[in-house]
Design a protein around this ligand. Structure first.
Ligand SMILES: [Zn+2]
Ligand SMILES: [Zn+2]
Length: 149
């Protein structure tokens, strides 16, 4: 699956992309818990050049991230739904929050990795199976240093 589309809760912002994600995964970091108001975020990282937005968004930049680089959230000014983030550690890519995808999107872009497992909620055993699990970030991922692997 390489194409996806979605929207915010109120429908004022629509997104779409046509790209093979460089990574699809769950993030258990502290910021993602707050972004989603839940236990983890579900993400697909795609090229900014193959990503389209229809509608106006507001942004908020988080300066306290695991990579030490800022990450900018893009959300609907009306319903507050966060649709994607842009990480300073991974220029040229956008991190789609796959919960905003249309029906079937969460299945089409199923997680291939879990990151920040060191911060995973104790009651959640993880995806398991073929899904890789990293205590922090995967080695070799953009912005990853010795401190956050
Ligand atoms: Zn909205
Ligand atoms: Zn995270």
């Amino acid at each position: 699956m390489t194409t996806g589309s979605g929207s915010c809760i109120c429908g004022a912002v629509k997104i779409s992309f046509d790209d093979e994600p460089m990574i699809q995964g769950l993030c258990h970091c502290g910021n993602c818990k707050k972004i989603t108001a839940s236990a983890f975020s579900t993400n697909a990282v795609v090229s900014e050049s193959k990503f389209k937005v229809d509608g106006e968004v507001k942004t908020y930049t988080i300066n306290t991230t695991g990579s030490g680089m800022p990450a900018t959230l893009h959300f609907c000014p009306t319903c507050s739904c966060v649709l994607w983030a842009v990480s300073g550690s991974n220029p040229g890519y956008v991190t789609i929050k796959t919960g905003v995808l249309d029906e079937g999107g969460l299945d089409a872009f199923a997680p291939g990795a879990e990151v920040w497992v060191s911060k995973r909620a104790t009651w959640y055993a993880g995806v398991g199976g073929e899904c890789a699990a990293f205590q922090k970030m995967p080695p070799g991922f953009p912005g990853v240093t010795d401190e956050n692997v």
